[in-house]
Design a binder for this molecule. Structure first.
Ligand code: DC
Length: 246
């Protein structure tokens, strides 16, 4: 009698620059596959929010290391209502919800600066590895395929032109009633790109085995279909390998 092969659960790493559509893509792929979705950038943002609130200078590496050690950040799936309103992960900073508070341009810039600190990264990476270590997860960020899960079974490097990325971010700001101009958002995106790609520790680079997806002219559904197809292929390959080894 033939028994149904149980499909293995993958770890999917999605990396890319600001505004490349990682969050929408990762969330949709996780939803289709029934996987856990984790937004690693939210952890850097939550810590940055705490540093801003406590007025810690963002070049005070020692204090920021200490802050990271003394901070508890938790990512939780959104409730169905929050999901319908477009929420990503619900983010808790030392037990208090900061899901909305971390989504400002000021926090984004501070997160990008804080993310250059090796000690801070070490602490947050360990936390990300713990949170996603069980597999069946789609994690998005800048160093997921290179540092957090270098053995991820599927790695995507998502790209889009800076202009399109800035426009996507600008629309998000508009929806929230923020008054940044498109030119200001483009400058913000370019500055973050520069810092994220040029920093010494875990810069944003495409892992050698990552699939490059440029979604400048693709919408979320199209991109998600592509990634889900790649994931199904990887699941089958792994199931075949496991079958041969059994
Ligand atoms: O993905 P995001 O825009 O929410 O991330 C905010 C900042 O956090 C980003 O500019 C760089 C940093 N970050 C990082 O260095 N590594 C990650 N894995 C995720 C985010």
């Amino acid at each position: 009698m033939r028994t149904a092969t149980k499909m293995p659960k993958l770890t999917i790493a999605i990396d890319g620059p600001a505004g490349s559509g990682k969050s929408s893509l990762a969330k949709r792929v996780a939803q289709i596959l029934g996987y856990l979705y984790l937004d690693s950038g939210a952890m850097y943002r939550a810590l940055a929010l705490k540093a801003l609130r406590e007025k810690i200078a963002l070049d005070n590496f020692l204090t920021l290391d200490e802050l990271a050690r003394d901070t508890h950040i938790e990512l939780k799936p959104p409730t169905p209502e929050q999901e319908a309103a477009g929420s990503k992960n619900c983010v808790f900073l030392d037990g208090k919800e900061v899901t909305q508070a971390i989504r400002t341009a000021e926090v984004a810039q501070a997160a990008s600066r804080l993310a250059t600190i090796a000690g801070v990264r070490e602490i947050l990476v360990a936390e990300q590895q713990r949170a996603g270590g069980g597999g069946g997860v789609v994690m998005e960020g800048r160093d997921i395929g290179t540092v957090v899960f270098p053995r991820a079974e599927l790695k995507i490097f998502l790209e889009a032109s800076p202009e399109v990325r800035a426009e996507r971010r600008w629309k998000e700001h508009q929806e929230k009633g923020e008054t940044m101009t498109l030119a200001q958002v483009l400058e913000e995106v370019r500055e973050r790109d520069r810092r994220d790609r040029e920093r010494k520790v875990s810069p944003l680079v495409r892992a050698a085995d990552a699939v490059l997806v440029d979604n400048t002219a693709m919408d979320v559904e199209e991109t998600a279909r592509l990634v889900v197809m790649l994931a199904r292929e990887r699941e089958k390959e792994l199931a075949r390998t496991a079958g041969r080894e059994a």
